[in-house]
Design a protein around this ligand. Structure first.
Ligand code: THU
Length: 157
């Protein structure tokens, strides 16, 4: 038997420490939470993706009376980006969320497993790591890549 650890380096920033692109993306993800349609959960999530063509594509969770027909902010953003700019590579991603009281989360938002898998496909397509910014009210975690959020991921068959 052999045991090993899988570790992930996380950078924690205050808002004033963010570089220009991250500051813009975090703000776009925060703004996107106001375009969430979430009458069932009241959990408002926004995502923003910077593309290598200079565009920033945003998404917000879109719920449905038939719950499973809805989708998360991250997938709404990445599929919109793929549909509009199929040849553009993702550069950086930010995700923000507000709770039922409308407050930004005290802790950085954790994307769901489906979204991690969906975003991973775009990282594979880009051919390089895509940093992911997980936004909280007063701080931001920067994950080095999508795959760092999904160790031992399924990427091909
Ligand atoms: N949600 C997202 O938009 N992104 C995530 O990563 C986690 C969950 C949405 C789905 C649903 O509309 C609401 O948050 C509650 O789960």
């Amino acid at each position: 038997m052999k045991e090993f650890n899988i570790t992930v380096p996380v950078k924690e920033y205050t808002y004033t420490e963010l570089d220009n692109l991250s500051a813009i993306l975090v703000e776009e993800a925060r703004k996107a939470t106001y375009r969430s349609y979430s009458p069932y959960s009241h959990f408002r999530v926004g995502a923003a993706i910077a593309l290598d063509n200079g565009q920033i594509i945003t998404g917000a969770n879109q719920e449905n009376a038939a719950f499973t027909a809805g989708t998360c902010a991250e997938r709404s953003a990445c599929f919109a980006a793929g549909a509009q700019y199929p040849d553009a590579k993702f550069v950086r991603i930010a995700v923000a969320a507000r709770d039922g009281e409308g407050e930004f989360l005290a802790d950085p938002v954790a994307p769901c497993g489906h979204c991690r898998q969906a975003l991973l496909e775009f990282e594979t397509r880009a051919g390089h790591d895509i940093p992911v910014l997980l936004v909280a009210k007063d701080r931001v975690y920067e994950m080095p890549s999508v795959k760092s959020l999904l160790p031992l991921a399924f990427t091909e068959f």
